[in-house]
Design a protein around this ligand. Structure first.
Ligand code: LLP
Length: 431
């Protein structure tokens, strides 16, 4: 099976975290997201351990909350001693509502509103990752009014494109996020910030992409960012103490995917940081990393029930499920591929190739195409695997579909951590 926490019992049922998915489907209905708490915790610990082991613990792992955000997840992150990356007042509010220590929160976003900045500063958010000149001015003013000092980092575009087959180091200035290194914009904004009264420049940040398997672009990003830190020291006499290297570590969606082990990332990046710091005679910065997908993605599956199987001779077989793009828009948006299993026939061979179709009024509402699957029939439960990242968080009420619940399993136990929306929830804001 794709991940070790998925097993098959004597009835041929798929189990996640020791819990029978067919029992869950019966008791909680479908569609339903199921997350394995054990896997989430294990992934947090792996990243934390890698910083301890390879970088003397001089860093903080901030889980990217956009990936899968709810109160239960924030509680787990707090218990695991993680930091958080949040990107809106909604994500921040969720964290605060669970008593999450706000000094371990990094607040991101390329267009934070005045209200959001005020909210973040009043709650003592640890770092604000400033995106642009206007935001810097805005932040300085608001901080002044609130008699606070804002601890900031800058979102820098280091000019690395990790999404080409062989990644390249130029031409990535065309992004809505952050200030560019190669145009001198990053240096200028730093120069400005260090003269400002109400902001304290702590660090620089970069995030080079998502679902990346190759570690070399991360190494290069660290090198390039340390070059900027050295330049600021040499030309402005200012010491930037922190380096935030973002997230982006790839996970296994298909059997043939082969992402590197999580600790391999820190092993190589820490070595690069150490070496580059020596070359520039820099003190080693405090490092932040922001894994998201790699923490929550492999922990989750989605359960659906098959409503019909429509075989179109010489064309394809559509298997209609009771969810789709409203709970998982990733195929519609990015043609992202997934692995699926008929959860009540998990011990049978995958002898069919199907298109999993959702239930929205939209031809593009597919969960996937050309998916190998055990021959499906009406009433079967289908599990789509590795849906823990960017599924629940990107879900919508399109066609006024109520959102599915989130069930958290752990070592044979299950509890609902987000209720299924009701039809009344769907109209709750209508006047
Ligand atoms: N830090 C920053 C500043 C980010 O923008 C992101 C993701 C992360 C960390 C976490 O990256 P991860 O470790 O999850 O790759 N919706 C898309 C992915 C968008 C990524 C947005 N930024 C998807 O479903 O593939």
């Amino acid at each position: 099976m794709l991940t070790d926490n998925l097993t098959i019992n004597e009835n041929g049922h798929l189990l996640i975290g020791g819990v029978d998915t067919i029992t869950l489907a019966k008791e909680c209905g479908t569609p339903a997201y199921v997350m394995d708490e054990g896997v989430i915790r294990e992934n947090c610990r792996r990243f934390k351990k890698s910083i301890d082991e390879y970088y003397d613990g001089k860093g903080l792992v901030c889980y990217a909350n956009k990936v899968f955000c709810c109160k239960a997840m924030c509680n787990i992150m707090r218990e695991e001693g993680m930091g958080l990356d949040v990107v809106s007042s909604g994500e921040l509010y969720t964290a605060i509502s669970t008593g999450f220590p706000t000094d371990k929160i990094c607040f991101h976003g390329n267009n934070k509103t005045k209200d959001e900045i005020t909210f973040a500063l009043s709650h003592g958010v640890g770092r604000i990752i400033v995106d642009n000149f206007e935001e810097l001015e805005r932040l300085d003013k608001i901080a002044g009014k609130l008699h606070k000092k804002a601890n900031i980092m800058f979102r820098v575009k280091p000019g690395i494109d990790a999404h080409t087959h062989s990644f390249v180091q130029t031409g990535q200035i065309d992004s809505k996020f952050g200030v560019a290194l190669e145009t001198g914009e990053a240096f200028e904004i730093i120069k400005k910030a260090i003269t400002m009264e109400n902001v304290v420049l702590k660090g620089v940040h970069c995030h080079i992409g998502s679902q990346i398997f190759d570690i070399s672009p991360f190494e290069l990003a660290a090198k390039v960012m340390l070059g900027l830190i050295a330049k600021v020291r040499d030309e402005l006499g200012y010491t930037i103490e922190e380096l935030n290297l973002g997230g982006g570590f790839g996970i296994k969606y298909l059997e043939e995917d082969n992402p590197p082990e999580y600790d391999e990332y820190m092993k190589r990046v820490a070595a690069t940081v150490n070496k580059t710091c020596e070359e520039y005679s820099l003190d080693r910065p405090f490092i932040y990393i922001e894994p998201g997908r790699s923490i929550a993605g492999p922990a989750g599956i989605t359960l659906y029930t098959v409503g019909s199987v429509k075989e179109i001779p010489n064309v394809r077989t559509y298997v209609a499920v009771d969810g789709g793009m409203a709970d998982n828009p990733r195929y519609a948006l990015y043609q992202s591929e997934y692995t699926a299993v008929v959860a009540n026939k998990a011990d049978k061979p995958k002898d069919a190739v199907v298109t999993l179709a959702g239930r929205c009024c939209e031809s593009g509402d597919l969960v996937g195409e050309n998916m190998p699957l055990q021959t499906p029939e009406e009433g079967d439960v289908i599990a789509v695997l590795a849906t823990g990242a960017y599924n629940y968080s990107m879900s919508s009420n399109y066609n006024r579909l109520p959102k599915p619940p989130v069930i958290m399993v752990n070592n044979g136990n299950a509890k609902i951590v987000v209720k299924r929306e009701t039809l009344d929830d769907v109209i709750r804001n209508d006047l």
